[in-house]
Design a binder for this molecule. Structure first.
Ligand SMILES: [Zn+2]
Length: 475
């Protein structure tokens, strides 16, 4: 689920489609018809075909009647590329036009487009239709915009752009009791900012809230957290609108308390018991790796760093020391997070785990020599690929994509080997075992409890898991 702002930003690379807004568009059209009955009517019953799901076949009734006669007298299917355009669609086009994106050479301000009047249509077949449409009061706009026709006959209203804006404002107010805006049918900065925040799929649709990488964010998450605070399962300073690990734990506890299956995600059932009509009106979600290994990471047992490892930073050891060390490397890790994400998606490895390996191996590059080598010249790069076992790749840069891909490829090999060696192990132990193997080979991965014995510092698996759990909440 995305907001209009996210669609504007994400589609700026040239694929500029208003298709994702269909849910919101139909809500706006329905609201318009509540405001002024039959202001728009569907003409899907005519002999038409559309090339896109974003073509909303709605016109003012008089325009539809004239179109019906034109289509009947020609006896052919009219192909459409555009018809009714809601204020939400026009807002996207206008925003892209403002940013000089998507090759849009002109776009009217929301509320002022001809297509928002319910009196316009575009057909690529304009030459064949020109004369018959013109004889039914559908005027061809001419060479400036050859696909476009406008209905010029009588019996129509000319204030529909404003009705559309007003319908949107009413819709917004219905779904945002705490943020009321003026229902004046005018387009201005206040309405624009609410359009930005509106969910493309429509108001009131709820999304499944759960732990993802990166974390889901939004008002819906915040409301769940507030309810969890009331239930005594979360502290009020943890209410941040970000679905991190503490929120997941609180949700699991809530589910356990209420006899629900303890999956840590907020679906319809959990939501109902939470007692909230928690709707998604803001969302940011980019799932890059499957839930499987992220879940495994979050469930993996750890005792954190050993006193030997933690002493590097003057810390006593334990999970909190791992978190502190991970935090010390956080800025460097964040600088590479986009690459970690890319490689993580390719190999199905949580980005937080890649970050944790880089933190543990080289403090994310901080302890390497000028050429990017560590371990007395035996291992290369932020993830320390050992030259005695592999030929390091991407050696021009210790944090090159080639290097990260090579290292995580090695890690995934180990994950498969651990899985094959211990087919009955749960994912959390397989993942921790692969982490141990990354340091000391699969032969070290014998038992669930003893796999860290013999690793560097005697804590490699535990420390990396603890750092990764920290990053899962901070990247
Ligand atoms: Zn047009």
């Amino acid at each position: 689920m995305a907001t209009l702002k996210e669609i504007i930003d994400s589609q700026s690379n040239g694929s500029c489609s208003t298709v994702p807004t269909i849910g919101l568009n139909l809500q706006i059209i329905a609201e318009m018809n509540l405001l002024v009955p039959n202001v728009l009517v569907s003409f899907e019953d005519l002999d038409i075909s559309a090339n896109s799901a974003a073509v909303h076949a709605f016109l003012q009734p008089a325009a539809k009647d004239a179109l019906r006669r034109a289509i009947q007298s020609r006896g052919k299917t009219l192909v459409l590329t555009s018809a009714y355009r809601t204020v939400a669609q026009q807002y996207l086009l206008w925003s892209w036009y403002q940013k000089r994106q998507c090759g849009i050479s002109r776009a009217a301000e929301p509320g002022l487009s001809n297509h928002e009047d319910g009196l316009a249509l575009d057909t690529p077949d304009f030459d064949a239709w020109r004369f018959i449409l013109a004889s039914h009061n559908w005027q061809w706009l001419g060479d400036g915009d050859p696909v476009h026709f406008t209905y010029m006959g009588r019996g129509v209203r000319d204030d529909i752009g404003s009705i559309g804006l007003k319908a949107f404002q009413i819709l917004w107010n219905k779904h945002n009791p705490g943020d009321q805006i003026k229902e004046d049918g005018l387009f201005g900065p206040k309405t624009a900012s609410r359009l930005d925040q509106s969910p493309a799929e429509g108001f009131g649709a709820t999304r499944l809230l759960k732990l993802t990488t990166p974390n889901m964010q939004g008002e819906d998450v915040r409301r769940v957290q507030e309810t969890l605070v009331q239930a005594g399962l979360l502290t009020s300073n943890e209410v941040d609108g970000i679905f991190g690990i503490n929120t997941e734990i609180a949700v699991k506890n809530f589910q356990e308390r209420n006899g629900l299956s303890k999956d840590g995600s907020v679906g319809p059932q959990t939501l109902r018991l939470l007692g909230g009509s928690i709707t998604a009106n803001r969302s940011l979600q980019l799932v890059t790796v499957s839930d499987r290994w992220l879940k495994a990471l979050l469930n993996a047992p750890t005792t954190g760093a050993s006193p030997i490892t933690a002493s590097q930073d003057g810390l006593p050891g334990g999970i909190a020391s791992s978190h502190t060390m991970a935090n010390t490397d956080l800025l460097r890790v964040k600088g590479l997070a986009a690459m970690f994400r890319q490689v993580g998606a390719k190999f199905d490895v949580p980005v937080a785990l890649i970050a944790a390996l880089a933190s543990r191996e080289s403090r994310c590059g901080n302890v390497l020599d000028r050429g990017g080598w560590g371990d007395r010249g035996n291992a290369f790069g932020i993830l320390q690929v050992d030259k005695n076992y592999h030929t390091p790749r991407g050696t021009h840069n210790p944090s090159s994509l080639e290097h990260i891909e090579q290292a995580i490829g090695i890690f995934v090999d180990y994950r498969q080997q651990v899985q094959a060696k211990h087919p009955t192990w749960e994912d959390e132990y397989v993942l921790k075992g692969a982490t141990v193997a990354y340091n000391s080979g699969v032969s070290n991965v014998q038992t669930k409890a003893g796999m860290d014995i013999g690793t560097a510092g005697g804590d490699y698996g535990s420390d990396v898991i603890a750092r990764a759990q920290f990053y899962s909440n901070h990247l």
